[in-house]
Design a protein around this ligand. Structure first.
Ligand SMILES: Cc1cc2nc3c(=O)[nH]c(=O)nc-3n(C[C@H](O)[C@H](O)[C@H](O)COP(=O)(O)OP(=O)(O)OC[C@H]3O[C@@H](n4cnc5c(N)ncnc54)[C@H](O)[C@@H]3O)c2cc1C
Ligand SMILES: *[C@@H]1O[C@H](CO)[C@@H](O)[C@H](O)[C@H]1NC(C)=O
Length: 340
């Protein structure tokens, strides 16, 4: 039997069924979250793609926009919840496009769309199926001459999103992308999720779907989901409280490893980057992939060369042909990359 967190809205609906006790964390939800499932739930033939386009975007409304990193984090990352009134369905692992308001300086044309991985499940953080969340890092430009951020060069869309207030409108496109979808046919599939920074966004949707919500996919899940997150320091960790809660409840099915580049050292005494942390478990990860696990990479583009060099060197040690190995994973659709 699965138990699950009770978010405010669920508490209200569960209370009708359990009047004598006040539901708290760990209380099983009375109502199932299954009203946004395909039939069967793992059938991906109806995944929506690009329903709203540039020319006719959807206008969502901001529910909240909050900074979610500590004071010593490098940069600012925000969690933004957007109300779509149930009119903008998506699946975990997809992205929304956001068209920032205003026009471009260079030619007066509207700004181009920016993509953001959706950080909630299809049910949203409140389980209503009417909201979705984004995890956005403010893009800034460090000016080497000023030795400070140059305010004239700050990222248009990320700053717009992080500065939104409840009720603000957001023009959106999508949902976009299918490479990061979660294959759910086999409930004992292992997932290895590797993120740097905001690359955590799709995995928040995955973990909530597999462990927090009471969906058919979550009820069936018997595999292991292993999350690797790389950030600069512990203040920059994202959604740590949520991971800790899932870890406590599902110590067999959920694993968590952090690479804190400015706080930890790798085995050679250098900074602990994401590839160094993954390498520590290379034998287990290779064995899992051999048995059909899916591996995901999401975050900044710059993470992939380090990851690939590491995997190459592990293959050499194991006398495995790297190119063949990778080709095999790709052809069996076990290899998922979304970097930006
Ligand atoms: C599939 C996908 C998923 C993504 N998911 C996420 C996500 O979950 N979270 C997230 O935060 N991002 C995500 N991104 C990145 C996001 O789409 C944007 O690229 C990012 O937010 C920056 O956009 P911006 O409008 O803020 O910056 P822009 O205005 O487009 O500027 C880009 C960069 O250039 C710098 N810059 C601006 N002017 C100058 C200048 N004159 N000289 C030098 N540099 C300058 C800015 O500081 C900024 O760093 C994703 C991208 C893709 C493709
Ligand atoms: C959304 O798009 C409409 C139509 O182009 C425009 O009038 C409006 O200002 C945009 N709103 C935002 C918040 O970008």
């Amino acid at each position: 039997m699965k138990t699950t967190f009770c978010l405010a809205v669920c508490v209200a609906s569960a209370a009708a069924f359990v009047p004598a006790t006040k539901p708290s964390f760990g209380t099983k939800l009375a109502a199932k979250q299954n009203f946004l499932e395909a039939e069967p739930y793992f059938d991906q033939s109806t995944v929506p793609v690009n329903v709203y386009k540039n020319k006719a975007p959807f206008t969502g409304k901001v529910v909240s926009s909050k900074r979610i990193v500590g004071p010593k984090a490098t940069g600012e990352t925000c969690h933004i919840i957007i109300d779509h009134n149930g009119d903008f369905p998506f699946w975990e692992g997809q992205s929304w496009g956001v068209i920032p308001p205003g026009t471009r300086e260079k030619d007066g044309k509207p700004h181009s769309v920016r993509l953001y991985s959706i950080a909630s499940t299809r049910y949203g953080d409140d389980m209503t199926g009417k909201t979705g969340s984004l995890c956005v890092r403010r893009a800034t430009y460090w000016c080497p001459d000023l030795k400070a951020d140059d305010p004239a060069k700050k990222g248009i869309c990320s700053n717009f999103l992080c500065d939104t207030k409840p009720g603000d409108e957001v023009n959106m496109t999508g949902p976009a992308g299918k490479v990061m979808l979660l294959p759910e046919e086999e409930p004992d599939t292992d997932y290895i999720m590797v993120a740097t920074g905001t690359g955590i966004a799709p995995y928040r949707g995955f973990v909530r779907r597999l462990f927090t919500e009471e969906t058919p996919a979550g009820e069936a899940y018997k595999g292991q989901a292993w999350l690797f997150l790389g950030v600069a320091n512990s203040d920059a960790l994202l959604y740590d409280d949520e991971w800790q809660t899932v870890l406590k409840e599902y110590p067999e099915n959920f694993r968590l490893d952090y690479a804190l580049s400015r706080e930890q050292e790798n085995k050679n005494g250098g900074k602990m980057y994401i590839q160094d942390k993954v390498e520590e478990y290379a034998d287990e990860i290779f064995a899992k992939l051999d048995s059909g696990a899916h591996i995901y990479f999401c975050g900044l583009k710059g993470m992939m060369p380090g990851i690939q060099d590491m995997l190459k060197s592990v293959c050499e040690e194991k006398k495995v042909d790297y190119d063949e190995w990778l080709k095999g994973l790709k052809s069996k659709k076990q290899w998922h990359v979304e970097v930006y």
